[in-house]
Design a protein around this ligand. Structure first.
Ligand SMILES: [Zn+2]
Ligand SMILES: [Zn+2]
Length: 239
């Protein structure tokens, strides 16, 4: 048994990577043993969602009356002060541990529900200019980890595309944001989504307009169901 454990350690890519770049906690960034994603303290102290969310839109204050296009949305933590720095690092620096940590938690939640069998996992797309700047799409990192956790073979970042844009969305009102978002995203035409159940990932749900627009495009192109999965959710009382 001990022999086997030793062998698996030396076969693990993470063990060798740790020798070059020390493994760090996905939340507080402290150095960790090579085989952990998050320190025990953060794991306990994460701002886990602690009140009921709408079963459909996944928001604490239901937005279903706006006429949403996705079928469900799963999230794990509140996006608050504690989550700000980890999310920034997830977007710009090191997506690995954050993606794996939240993929594990999302997979647990998703497995407990009776959503239809997922055909393909995808992510909210990133524009070509942002991709060039950052080198990766954090939403896709989460999608790939989640697909692995759920044992889903089909995972693609070629289903939806995003146009380059200069406007900073977080400065806009919900109404203005909706209008901007409408023009930003489009169907790539590279993947047939007809009749497919799609799991759509992103890092955060705020107003829901980005996920909703992506879901609308997928449904317009024939998707049967769009289930959203995000790491963090916003709530006015938690910010
Ligand atoms: Zn930590
Ligand atoms: Zn709702």
């Amino acid at each position: 048994m001990l022999m086997r454990q030793k062998t698996s350690k030396f076969l693990d890519k993470r063990f060798w990577l740790d020798l070059i770049m020390p493994n760090r906690c996905a939340v507080c960034n402290k150095i960790l043993p090579w085989d952990k994603l998050c320190c025990d303290n953060c794991l306990e102290e994460l701002p886990y969602i602690d009140k009921p969310l709408c079963e459909v839109c996944g928001k604490p204050d239901c937005i279903c009356s706006n006429g949403i296009h996705y079928d469900r949305c799963f999230s794990i933590v509140w996006y608050n002060e504690q989550m700000r720095a980890p999310v920034v690092r997830f977007k710009n620096q090191s997506p690995g541990n954050f993606a794996m940590l939240f993929a594990e938690k999302l997979a647990c939640k998703i497995r407990e529900t009776d959503i239809p069998a997922i055909d393909v996992v995808t992510a909210v797309p990133m524009s070509r200019s942002s991709m060039k700047e950052r080198g990766y799409n954090q939403a896709y990192e989460l999608a790939a980890s989640l697909a692995k956790q759920l044992g889903i073979e089909q995972v693609s970042d070629k289903i939806l595309s995003k146009r380059n844009s200069r406007s900073a969305q977080h400065e806009l009102s919900a109404e203005e944001r909706k209008k901007v978002v409408e023009k930003l995203y489009y169907f790539s035409g590279k993947y047939d989504v007809k009749g497919k159940n799609i799991l759509l990932c992103d890092d955060i749900i705020t107003t829901g307009s980005t996920l909703d627009r992506c879901a609308e495009i997928l449904k317009e192109n024939g998707a049967a169901a769009v289930i959203c999965a995000v790491a963090a959710n916003t709530d006015k009382s938690k910010e």
